[in-house]
Every structure is written in C-alpha cells, then in structure tokens.
Design a protein. Sequence first.
Length: 138
Amino acid sequence: MKVFPSNSVSAELAELLIKNTAAKATELGKPMAISVCDQAGELKAFLRMDGAAFIAVNIAQNKAWTAASFGISTDEWYEFVKDDGPLALSIVHTPRLTTFGGGFPIIVDGQVVGGIGVSGGHYSEDMECARSALDKLK
C-alpha cells in the first residue's frame, strides 16, 4: 500500500498569520474575524477582533475551508464559475463553499498546507488583510 506525505500549517504559523492579519485590520480600522485551518479544512486558529460582526465568524471559517479544500482563493472561485451556468447554479449548494474574496490557500514549498479566511469588511478589505499577512511569509 502506498501513502503520500502531507504537510500542515503549524500552530506557530497559524498564530503568526492571525497576528499579522489583525495588525492590518487594525491599520484599516476594520475589526475582522480571522480563521486559519489546516490542509483538511479543520480549524487551527481563530480570532474575532473586538467589534467584529457576529456573522463574520462563520464567513471567515468558510473562506478558509474553501481555500484549503481546492487550493485556490475564494475570489478565484467566482471567476471559475461565473460563465458556466450549470456549475454556477449547482456549486452554490455545496455547504461552506464561498465564492467572494477573503479566503486564500496557505502554500509552503508549492504545497497547500492550510487556508486563511478573513471577514468583517468589504471583501476587498478582507482580501487586503489576508494578503498582507501572507506576503510577510515570503
């Protein structure tokens, strides 16, 4: 029987991403919910900043799950389905799938090791906060 190696985001990396995302959200004056999941989409770290909307909690977790599950950002999902009627109509019934910005895969050495999801502002602000944290890993 053959198996394949699988790497996952560490607790240390998850906490660093949370910290760096929260710093950018604070700079923008937008309280956010920030979720980091492992490569299987399971929650690894989470922060609901003071003042972040209650609804942002599930949205952030679903964005992280979506990004980790397929290895593409949530905004790319929209581009992937928007011109494909049958797919666009049916994929929206997939529980947890999110097709607007704010979720990104966490990629280390070319391998998806998790996902980050941010919610609390306009999706463009969510994306800015997540990208800021991911860019600091490079």
